[in-house]
Each structure stands twice: as structure tokens, then as C-alpha cells.
Design a protein around this ligand. Structure first.
Ligand code: ADP
Ligand code: MG
Length: 704
């Protein structure tokens, strides 16, 4: 029997959340802070000391000794520097203090974080600023208890050096423009609009002992070698399958740790690939969801480690086996509790919904390149466009019901009906009769409408969800701004809104696609429609600095041109660095582990042939054939190693031309790695298992 968990009691126990603030802060201070959190008004610095002191008292009660400004630099992972609460009193003793100033502002030495040229090393100043819209929390590990203050990270000149600042700016942008549209439509109640986000996180779990024997996993997070096991995912028996006990134990501890942090870990299941799983929290406000997703990834790794397991978050840990993504469920909600993407039962009559829907369709079509860019990581290049994840082409799935409404609007100019859900026809009387959804699902679409939200399915499993949400929020804000301009000028708003919907749907119909996004036919069709197909990260990065992107981001105060250029540089550099590490690891493993193991096995095979021949006049043709085959593949392997070494040297010589270097790593070095892998994987199938220097795919995927 597993031990009982009091979920209600532990949930949020390590969070300085609304209930704690309400109970502990003086009423006036609480009200003041709440105004900033809920309405986005400026923070009153006068209350900082009181909040800081109470936060400290609370944290110390929980066992904390240190605080940290927790931030999200451009590395994509979180950063923290701990400071003890101590303050010397002059008599050899200390008081435990935490001032408002320390709460609001931090000054980490920022010179070693990527800044893409925004900050020279001699101008190292960078500041972290308290983001009070995401609650402070306590990170509890067996050896430390730390009060964590979520913060944004900017340079001396206020340029964003992190993933949070632009996200907060983009949330502000969509808030302003959506409220404008609602006002123009006659709404007088809504004062704030937020985006809600629920990211589903996929991951692999492998055994730690086996992991430690795989240098590729240790250095790069993915396998660079490995022949396919006899069984893969073809039987579809892992998806939603019974969860193994060891994995259930991991999930149990993971849930408890996440619940303590106030993270609404809700759904857990086995995914398509063996050893692959998924966790989905309940959606939250965009920046809280983003902070939580960072914590989810961190806690997954920690808990796995404690249990003799390793959590692999890479987008493609195993070639030939499904990789991992992160479905970014996104919607727009008002502070009056209304989901603006809820079509209701009769979407054809819901003008406001249709207007927001049309805005999103238009935004996605106009800025498909940016959305594609926002899902770019070196690891995600293995997924997008391959037969398991959405293609690299952006299209929108609306489902039967909305597709039909759109069609009516475009062809007749008027939508007069909505298809409704019919009862589920299971053919069994004893099963409950309920209405089906009006719309089926489409697993192949990169951007799918799923009832009352959009699901952006391209995002990679390692990524911060800040990137895709910054783009989504801004492109939709931009479209809403144009709509608001028109509505505000019109004397017949209802008519104008209807015109806008028709116009936008007609102009951007090409991005709607309800068919199979994985088929080759779609690639051709998309090309005919003129939709961009940016196949790799290197192809997608420049989308950030096209004239139209710069103009839009600057207009809404989300990024300056300098900030965009710095991000482009960071992305190209990151790509090159990742492939460089992979290439060096490929060479290291091939030369120091695989080649020696093969030679050793070759020798023992040759010796055995001689021994057998000396003992009796029997047929040794099998052994000889095997030996010949091994020798031939070893020769190919050695040749490919030499080529990759030469290519790697050329790539390094390109330092200084950042885009060209990334392009070379993509076009040449990456291919060179695959050429080394091919004969090595063939050799794995020819060499005695006990002589192979690392655990196989079968060992890793099926023996957890
Ligand atoms: P699925 O069947 O695709 O897993 P779910 O309804 O379980 O769909 O939701 C998946 C994710 O979408 C969850 O994280 C959920 O909280 C989130 N989600 C649901 N509604 C919304 C919404 N209105 N806005 C943002 N995310 C949402
Ligand atoms: Mg799902």
C-alpha cells in the first residue's frame, strides 16, 4: 500500500501566495500589492519593506536561510545566486534581515550570461527586478531551503537579457489591444485581458546506471549512436498503457514536489514511445505558467535523480523513436472571467468570438515564419517535418464546426447555422448517451483549435514557453490593434466588425487546413498556397529581424531592433555550439569506445577462426564472412571519422561569421555526424552484445 498523501494540505505550502499575503500583510499593503498584481498598475515602492519583512519571516518559519532572485537568462534555463538573510550587529552576532530594496532589485554580475552583444563584458551591469505577478516560493532540497523571488533580468540600459521581460511586455501589449477591441464593441466591464496557458510536458525516463554508461546522453542529452531495437513503438502499446511501478513512484514524488510549489500538476500518462511520459498542469496566467513550466522541468530532473533514474527532456533522445514536444495551450481571458475563445453553442451568432478568431487566423498567417522560429531549437530540428510531429509548415486546424462557419462567411457573406454535436453512437444501450463535441481532434496540425483554446503543438520539450508565447501574444495584439483602429473610427460598429471578419477570413483562408498535416501531399499543397516551409532552425532564425517583424515588435514595445538582433546572434551561436558539442562527442565516442571495441572483437573472432581450424577441419565460412563484414564497416567508420574531423576543423575556422558558421554546422557537420553513425550502428548489430561498449536502445527504452 502506498502511503497516504494529504494533497489539500501540501498544495501551495511552499508558496507566498494570495492566501498567505492576505493573512500576513497589513490590509492596506495587501490591497496595494494586489492592485499591481491584478490590474497591472505600477508597484508602490513604499510597501516593499513591509512585504519583504513578512516574506522573510514566513520563509524562515519554513526553514529558509537564504533568498535568491530567480531569473531566466537567454540560456533557456533558470539562474539563481543565493544570499543569506544575515546582517552583522557589530557585537559578533547577526540579525536576519531582508529589505524592500533587496526584494525589488538585484544586481547579479551579468557578464557571463549570453547577451548577443547587448552588453560588452566591461559593461557587466545587469539588474533583476521583482515580478510580483508571479508568487515567491521556497525551493526545498535535502541540503538547502531557499526563498526564490521571480524576477526579470535587464541590462543597465533596460534592454531585456532574459525570457521573462519580453513575455511580460507581450502580455501588456495584448491586454491593451484586446481591451480596446472590447470597448469598441460596447463592453464597459472588462478592464484587463490576460492570456492563459497550459503547457503539456513530454519527457523520457531512463535508468541512471545505464545512462551513466552513455557518454552521448551525458554530454548532449540525446543518443548519437544506437541501432533500432527489435521492438519500437509499432504496437502502440505504450500510449496510455499501465504505468510501471518504478515510474509511478517517480510520478508520485514529482507530484508532491510540484504541488508544494503550487503547481497544478493534473494529468499524467504514458506517451507514444517506450519510456516516454507526459505531465500536464491546469492552465494559469501566461507568466505564471511559464515560471511553473521551468520549475516542472527542474523538479523532474531532480526527483528522477533521487530515484536512480534520469529524466531526458531532449526533443529527440532516440533516433527512429518519437521525440518529445510541449503542447502550448493558449487562450485569451478577461478579468471578468470570460474566455474570449469560447465559441458558445452557436459560434455563427457570436460576433465577438468570430472577431477574435479572425484576428488570430490573420495573425498566424501573416507571421507564420515567426511562429515557426519560436519553436526552433537544435533538438526540435529532429522533430519538425519528420513523421511524428507537426510539419515545419504552419497551418491552422479549426475543426468541422468552425470550418463550416468560416465557409459560410466567405462564400455567402453570412453565417446562418452552426453544426452541432450529435449523440455518441456506440451501439450499446447501457453506455451513457452524451453529446459528442462538435469537432473531432487533429493530431497532425501544428496550430489546432481545441474547443475553447488553441494548441500550438510545435514547441520543443526543452524550450522555455516564453518564446512561443511572446510571438503569439504580440502577433495577435498587432492584429487586434488594427481591428481596434477600424472599429473606433466606425459609426456602425456591428457592421464594421462583420466586414472585418469576412475580410480577414477571406484574405487568410489559405492558412486553414483540416487534413493530414503529416502527408507529402500537404507539403506540395502548402507550397501551392504560398505558405512558408522553414525546414530548420538555421532557416527560421532570420524571421526575427525581417522588416515586418521589427516594425511590429517595436510598435508594441515588446522588443527593440537591438534586442531582436541580439537574440538572432544568440540563437545562431547556440545552434553552432550545440552541434559542435555533438560532433566532438560523436568523434570521442567513435574513436575511444566504438573503434577499440570493434577491433577487440575482430581479434577474438580471428583467433577463434584459427583455433577452430587448428582443432578440426570444419567450415569457418560464417565466422569469416562476419569478420569480413565487420572489417568493411570498420573501414567505413574510420573514413567517416576522418571526414568529420576535417569538417569540424573547418567549422571552427568560421568563427567570426556567426550565421555562416551555423549554416555550415547544419549543412555539413550535422550530415558528417550521421555518416559516422551509420556504419557504427551496423557494427552494433554485428558485434557480440557483451563486447559493445554501451547499453543498447533496447536496454535504455525497455529496462527501466
Ligand atoms: P488534451 O486532451 O489536449 O490534453 P486538456 O483539456 O486536457 O486537453 O488540456 C490540455 C491542457 O490545456 C491543460 O494544461 C489544460 O489546463 C489546458 N487548457 C485547458 N483550457 C485552457 C484554456 N482555456 N487556456 C489555456 N489552456 C487551457
Ligand atoms: Mg494533449
Amino acid at each position: 500500500m502506498s502511503e497516504k498523501i494529504n494533497v489539500a494540505e501540501i498544495f501551495g505550502s511552499n508558496v507566498f501566495d494570495d492566501s498567505v499575503m492576505k493573512a500576513r500583510l497589513p490590509k492596506a499593503v495587501y490591497k496595494d500589492l494586489k492592485k499591481t498584481i491584478e490590474n497591472g498598475t505600477e508597484l508602490n515602492p513604499a510597501i516593499a519593506d513591509v512585504v519583504a519583512n513578512e516574506m522573510k519571516e514566513w520563509a524562515i518559519e519554513k526553514g529558509a536561510t537564504h533568498f535568491t532572485h530567480w531569473f531566466q537568462p537567454m540560456t533557456g534555463v533558470t539562474a539563481e545566486k543565493h544570499d543569506a538573510f544575515i546582517n552583522p550587529t557589530g557585537d559578533g552576532k547577526v540579525l536576519l534581515e531582508f529589505s524592500g530594496k533587496e526584494l525589488i532589485k538585484g544586481e547579479p554580475d551579468a557578464s557571463s550570461f549570453p547577451s548577443g552583444g547587448l552588453r560588452a563584458t566591461f559593461e557587466a551591469r545587469g539588474y533583476t527586478a521583482w515580478d510580483c505577478t508571479s508568487p515567491a516560493f521556497i525551493k526545498e532540497t535535502p541540503n538547502a531551503t531557499i526563498l526564490c523571488i521571480p524576477t526579470a533580468f535587464c541590462s543597465y540600459k533596460g534592454e531585456a537579457l532574459d525570457k521573462k521581460t519580453p513575455l511580460l511586455r507581450s502580455m501588456q501589449a495584448i491586454d491593451i489591444q484586446a481591451v480596446r477591441v472590447l470597448r469598441a464593441l460596447g463592453d464597459t466591464e472588462v478592464t484587463k485581458v490576460d492570456t492563459s496557458v497550459g503547457p503539456e510536458q513530454e519527457y523520457f525516463i531512463v535508468d541512471k546506471e545505464k545512462y551513466l554508461k552513455r557518454k552521448d546522453l551525458i554530454f548532449t542529452g540525446r543518443t548519437l549512436f544506437g541501432a533500432m531495437p527489435p521492438k519500437g513503438q509499432e504496437l502502440d502499446d505504450h500510449y496510455f498503457g499501465t504505468i510501471k511501478e518504478r515510474i509511478a513512484g517517480f510520478m508520485k514524488e514529482l507530484n508532491v514536489e510540484l504541488w508544494k510549489l503550487g503547481i497544478t500538476a493534473k494529468t499524467q500518462h504514458n506517451e507514444v514511445a517506450p519510456a516516454q511520459h507526459e505531465l500536464a498542469p491546469i492552465y494559469a496566467s501566461n507568466n505564471v505558467a511559464t515560471d511553473h513550466n521551468q520549475l516542472i522541468m527542474e523538479v523532474m530532473k531532480k526527483v528522477a535523480d533521487r530515484q536512480g533514474l534520469v529524466c531526458l527532456l531532449h526533443e529527440k533522445p532516440f533516433a527512429g523513436i518519437n521525440g518529445s514536444g510541449k503542447h502550448n495551450n493558449w487562450s485569451i481571458v478577461t478579468n471578468t472571467g470570460k474566455n474570449l475563445l469560447d465559441p458558445g453553442d452557436t459560434p455563427h451568432e457570436n460576433e465577438q468570438f468570430l472577431l477574435f478568431l479572425a484576428a488570430i487566423i490573420s495573425a498566424v498567417d501573416k507571421h507564420a515564419d515567426l511562429l515557426r522560429m519560436s519553436a526552433s531549437t537544435p533538438g526540435n530540428d529532429h522533430r519538425l517535418g519528420a513523421n511524428e510531429a507537426p510539419p515545419a509548415i504552419i497551418s491552422i486546424f479549426l475543426g468541422e464546426q468552425l470550418e463550416d462557419v468560416v465557409k459560410q462567411l466567405i462564400t455567402v457573406g453570412e453565417a446562418t447555422s452552426s453544426k452541432t454535436g450529435t449523440p455518441l453512437a456506440s451501439g450499446v444501450h447501457t453506455l451513457p448517451a452524451f453529446e459528442k463535441d462538435a469537432t473531432d481532434r487533429n493530431r497532425t496540425s501544428p496550430f489546432a483549435f481545441t474547443g475553447n483554446k488553441f494548441e500550438f503543438r510545435m514547441v520543443g520539450s526543452t524550450q522555455s514557453i516564453s518564446d512561443p508565447n511572446v510571438v503569439l501574444n504580440t502577433i495577435v495584439a498587432d492584429e487586434l490593434a488594427e481591428i481596434a483602429d477600424r472599429l473606433e473610427k466606425s459609426d456602425n460598429v456591428k457592421m464594421e466588425a462583420h466586414e472585418i471578419v469576412k475580410e480577414l477570413l477571406t484574405d487568410h483562408r489559405r492558412v486553414i487546413f483540416n487534413g493530414n498535416g503529416y502527408s507529402d501531399a500537404w507539403v506540395e499543397e502548402a507550397e501551392r498556397r504560398g505558405l512558408p516551409n522553414l525546414k530548420s532552425m538555421v532557416d527560421a532564425i532570420p524571421s526575427l529581424v525581417t522588416d515586418k517583424a521589427v516594425e511590429m515588435f517595436e510598435k508594441h514595445g515588446v522588443y527593440t531592433k537591438d534586442e531582436l538582433e541580439s537574440r538572432v546572434e544568440i540563437m545562431f551561436e547556440n545552434y553552432s555550439k550545440v552541434i559542435n558539442i555533438e560532433a566532438l562527442s560523436t568523434l570521442d565516442i567513435a574513436k575511444k569506445q566504438i573503434v577499440p571495441a570493434v577491433i577487440k572483437y575482430q581479434t577474438s573472432l580471428a583467433e577463434s577462426i584459427n583455433t577452430i581450424k587448428a582443432a578440426a577441419d570444419v567450415d569457418t565460412s560464417v565466422q569469416e564472412e562476419l569478420l569480413a563484414s565487420i572489417s568493411a564497416n570498420l573501414k567505413d567508420l574510420y573514413g567517416a571519422i576522418g571526414e568529420l574531423e576535417a569538417e569540424e576543423a573547418k567549422a571552427q575556422a568560421l568563427e567570426g561569421d556567426i550565421p555562416a558558421q551555423a549554416r555550415y554546422y547544419h549543412d555539413v557537420v550535422f550530415e558528417g555526424m550521421n555518416k559516422v553513425r551509420k556504419p557504427a550502428d551496423t557494427l552494433e548489430m554485428l558485434v557480440d552484445k557483451s563486447a559493445w561498449p554501451m547499453p543498447s536502445y533496447g536496454d535504455l527504452l525497455f529496462e527501466v
